[in-house]
Design a protein around this ligand. Structure first.
Ligand code: ARG
Length: 337
């Protein structure tokens, strides 16, 4: 029987398991879980649930007292997660079921009403869009910092003439600041692509439910607004099918990574004995005991090296999506990794 116990512990019934007589095997559970990576979406998941519960009560679909118990319960769960007191369970598959089941353990019956007019399919997209939106905001700040550093470097070296290259042959003399400001322009366009992507991504999937929406009188504009989205997505099948917002995000990141990789390559060349334009300071270099003449520009080599992963992420997601029929398919879980 290998590492799996012949007599499994009695298992908790799955949220979707009403009609099922048997649970899944441990190996299937481990193979299909996403909690090991999607727990990173906990904040967005809780935000989405707060907005959804508030809307359900406003529409008279749950009582105000159920709403209050749900909101208090979610606060407590968020506190436990942030204090490292939350028990993430692989048998509860993903972040959505972990939080919802924990809420049921905590407050009982009212928690079960939170899933009214909602499916994990529209929930996962809501979390994912919110997460990518936050990630873009953080990356934009880093890009601005990099631009400021490059401009500072240009100002500190005003008037310094360096060889400009074409075909990696010395071509014409240029000012160092001219080249440094070329990097700044590239990053400006990279940031622009993220800003465009953010605007296109910022629409709310909630209410799409599994794929066909719901007959219940929900208010999709209310949840969309509460979560800072521009508007609800128009088509529910589109809302739960597509990951083009992630593809766009990864495309923009891949282009940025290529820009950074070229910058890295250039500085690695400059640090070589042959070019000798820069000597990286000790604080950003490594050496060798057997070849004491060496000073290796490792961080810039790794800027170049790590760009491969960013490009790889884009290729992975393109490949993941290309053969999928509409609407949700479990393959899409992998997109979050
Ligand atoms: N764990 C799943 C994922 O991350 C959640 C969505 C599951 N939906 C479903 N119909 N099984 O993609």
């Amino acid at each position: 029987m290998g590492p799996y116990p012949a007599q499994a512990q009695p298992k908790e019934a799955k949220l979707w398991g009403g009609r099922f007589e048997e649970g899944v095997t441990d190996v299937v559970e481990r193979f299909t879980e996403s909690i090991s990576f999607d727990k990173q979406l906990y904040k967005q998941d809780i935000m989405g649930s707060r907005a959804h519960a508030t809307m359900l009560a406003h529409q008279g679909l749950i009582t105000v007292s159920d709403r209050d118990s749900i909101l208090q319960g979610l606060d407590e769960i968020e506190r436990r997660i942030e204090n490292g007191e939350f028990n993430w369970r692989a048998d509860r598959e993903d972040v959505h079921m972990n939080i919802e089941a924990a809420l049921t353990d905590l407050i009982g019956e009212p928690a079960k009403k939170l899933h009214t007019a909602r499916s994990r399919n529209d929930q996962v997209l809501t979390d994912f869009r919110l997460w990518c939106r936050d990630a873009i905001d953080k990356i934009l700040v880093s890009m601005k910092q990099l631009q400021v550093s490059l401009i500072t470097l240009a100002l500190n070296n005003e008037g310094l003439i360096v060889p400009g290259y074409t075909h990696l042959q010395r071509a014409q003399p240029v000012l160092l600041q001219h080249l440094l400001l070329a990097y700044v322009e590239e990053i400006e366009r990279d940031a622009g692509r993220l800003v465009d992507c953010r605007a296109r991504m910022n629409f709310c999937p909630l209410g799409a439910c599994a794929l066909a929406g719901t007959g219940l009188p929900i208010d999709r504009f209310m949840t969309s607004e509460a979560l800072g989205f521009t508007a609800p997505l128009r088509n529910s099948i589109d809302a739960v099918s597509d990951r083009d917002f992630v593809l766009e995000f990864l495309s923009a990141n891949a282009i940025t990574a290529v820009h950074l990789s070229r910058l890295g390559e250039e500085w690695v060349l400059w640090a070589s004995e042959e070019f000798g334009f820069i000597t990286p300071s000790d604080s950003v270099s490594t050496g060798s005991s057997i070849m004491p003449q060496k000073k290796n520009p490792d961080p810039m080599e790794l800027v170049r090296g790590k760009s491969a992963r960013v490009i790889g992420d884009l290729v992975t997601l393109l490949t993941l999506c290309k053969g999928l029929p509409h609407a949700y398919n479990r393959d899409l879980q992998v997109a979050k990794e």
